[in-house]
Design a protein around this ligand. Structure first.
Ligand code: NCD
Length: 317
């Protein structure tokens, strides 16, 4: 703890605190980030929270919503935002991650937001970088800010976490979104059911507080939220990809299944969605769909997460 210049107590900010997965935050910090994101949504802070802090966006993998949302969040907290196409970086010329990290720090970068198709890349970067690393999605491993925005969307809807019943459906095996959500939801006492075919949801995903179900229809009437995932063709070995027709029969959210979903439940999807594969036009247009709310919440969540990492957490905040 330390006394801030304004006299309020703060947990001492560490110049190297990173967000590699959601459990780098405590339960209280998750709650605080979600609460602050709600405050930012009601009233934008002035652009002083990260005034003059150089933040680098390093997206080695395609991204629309996550990259845009991070950039806007960084601008709204006053950061000096640098984005560049890593395809043209010196990593491609054989420079090691450690040397790149040293170079970026010497330039003055204090926060790196990184997405990479290799699981563990952000951690390796964080080991050599004397600053904050924020994981914007690594391979199939983790996507902590997506989980935070999903949790914020659930909290806005239900006002609590404990005891909520959430089904995560589809290509769990290749989903970093599912992995981070499982970790976060377990921390917060949410009851998680994973639903999918054995090829995309192996039995070993079952753990304390996390059930596996193969029968989607049986799960639907008992949930508060259903999170539909994209079939990640780019990560799936051809032999594993079930015939699309079979997949939609078993796991697509469409007309019949929308009738099984309770009135007060919500439909989540991290995007990008494939219309007609994991869900239909009707599911996307359903009044229970919260896809747009999720995307909107992402900006405020990323503002709050950046503020927590760089400035620490005001006690009692
Ligand atoms: C996801 C991702 O990239 O992990 N999208 C996102 O960040 N909102 C999910 C996906 O690619 O299917």
């Amino acid at each position: 703890m330390c006394q801030s210049p304004t006299g309020s107590m703060q947990t001492r900010p560490s110049s190297t605190r990173s967000l590699l997965d959601i459990d780098d935050l405590s339960r209280d910090e998750i709650a605080s980030v979600i609460r602050r994101s709600g405050e930012f949504r009601t009233k934008l802070p002035d652009r002083s929270l990260l005034a003059g802090v150089p933040v680098l966006n390093l997206f080695f993998e395609a991204s629309t919503r996550t990259a845009t949302s991070f950039t806007l969040a960084e601008q709204r907290v006053g950061a000096d935002v640098i984005s560049f196409a890593p395809g043209t970086s010196s990593l491609g010329k054989g420079e090691t991650i450690a040397d790149t990290a040293i170079t970026l720090r010497a330039i003055g970068v204090r926060v790196i937001v990184v997405r990479h198709n290799e699981s563990g890349f952000p951690r390796r970067l964080a080991e050599s970088f004397d600053g904050h690393v924020v994981n914007a999605g690594d391979g199939t491993r983790a996507h902590p800010t997506q989980a935070l925005l999903d949790l914020a969307t659930l909290h806005a809807e239900f006002g609590r976490f404990e005891g909520l019943r959430v089904a995560i459906v589809g290509d769990i095996l290749h989903s970093r979104v599912a992995r981070s959500n499982i970790v976060g939801m377990k921390m917060l006492g949410i009851d998680v059911t994973l639903v999918g075919p054995p090829t995309l949801l192996p039995d070993d995903f079952a753990q304390d507080g996390v059930r596996i179900e193969r029968d989607f229809d049986a799960v639907l009437p008992r949930v508060d939220a259903v999170m539909m995932l994209r079939v990640q063709r780019e990560r799936i070995a051809a032999s594993l990809l079930p015939a699309l027709a079979d997949y939609t029969i078993g796991y697509q959210l469409g007309t019949q299944r929308l009738r099984l979903l309770p009135k007060g439940a919500v439909i989540l999807h991290p995007g990008p969605y494939n219309r007609g594969v994991e869900l239909t036009d009707e599911a996307l247009a359903d009044p229970r769909s919260r896809y747009e709310a999720q995307v909107t919440n992402g900006v405020y969540i990323r503002m709050a997460a950046l503020d927590l990492l760089v400035n620490g957490l005001a006690v009692g905040a």
